[in-house]
Write a protein that binds this ligand. Structure first.
Ligand SMILES: [Zn+2]
Length: 253
């Protein structure tokens, strides 16, 4: 069989012991199985056999970002942090959080929760348990007059050394960027509110201003600029006063 395949190459004409007497194409015509084998094993046909994968619809984009938002961390920022909690009855909002969200909404900010839920990847929480918990949180906010535009979730676990293993776990900005593309959010006029320096870094990496809630995060002169918050508040009661909307257009000179 290699002899037949090689006969198509000019440098392999020595395989044909009668090459000087016969044109090469006659040898090819005389060996049709070899020709067919080459055609069916060559690139294009093999490539066509690759199954086509459905990657789903492309993300919806709005024409231009035109609204400011406040991105809010969930566990430890908006509600008490109970690791891997699955019971909606245990949800406790931080003091003054709901009133602050109402005030921010009245100022024209869209409100979005951005949260890690590595319990999903670790198998501690099922998707249905998490959906029930998140539904209860949104329902309780709605009853209080606060509507969340969206909740964005990183379901991945970090790497063994604690570093993010995906592009959506804070301090990576993936959740904020995805939300901006989905909802037409102007990140420059938006804020990230969180209680950890990873929240702050994610907000800065997305292009937002940032507010660190609570005094627990360590002060360190070695903090990179990305982890320096633009504002600090001890509690939610001061957040709405600290966050002010930026004008959509620069003032005329
Ligand atoms: Zn992730």
């Amino acid at each position: 069989m290699p002899l037949a395949l090689g006969s198509f190459h000019p440098s392999c004409s020595h395989h044909d012991d009668t090459a000087s007497a016969r044109p090469r194409f006659r040898r090819n015509r005389a060996n049709p199985p070899a020709v067919m084998l080459m055609l069916f094993t060559s690139g294009p046909l093999r490539w066509r056999s690759t199954p086509v994968q459905d990657v789903g619809p492309l993300p919806v984009r709005t024409p231009a970002p035109d609204r400011p938002a406040v991105f809010i961390g969930q566990d430890g920022t908006l509600v008490d942090d109970l690791p891997y909690n699955t019971d909606p009855a245990l949800l406790r909002f931080k003091p003054d959080a709901v009133d602050a969200l109402k005030a921010l909404s009245a100022e024209g900010f869209a409100l979005l929760v951005v949260t890690h839920q590595s319990g999903l990847a670790r198998g501690y929480v099922t998707r249905s348990q998490f959906a029930r918990l998140q539904g209860a949180l949104e329902a309780r906010l709605r009853e209080a007059g606060v509507v969340l535009l969206d909740s964005l979730v990183c379901p991945h676990a970090p790497a063994p050394d604690g570093r993010p293993s995906c592009l959506c776990r804070k301090p990576a900005p993936g959740l904020l960027v995805r939300a901006a593309r989905r909802h037409g959010i102007d990140l420059v006029r938006s804020w990230m509110v969180g209680h950890t320096l990873d929240d702050i870094e994610a907000g800065h990496r997305a292009g937002c201003r940032t507010l660190l809630l609570g005094g627990d995060a360590a002060e360190s002169p070695r903090l990179t600029p990305l982890r320096h918050p633009d504002a600090r508040c001890d509690g939610w009661d001061a957040v709405a006063q600290r966050i002010t909307p930026m004008p959509a257009e620069p003032p005329a000179t």
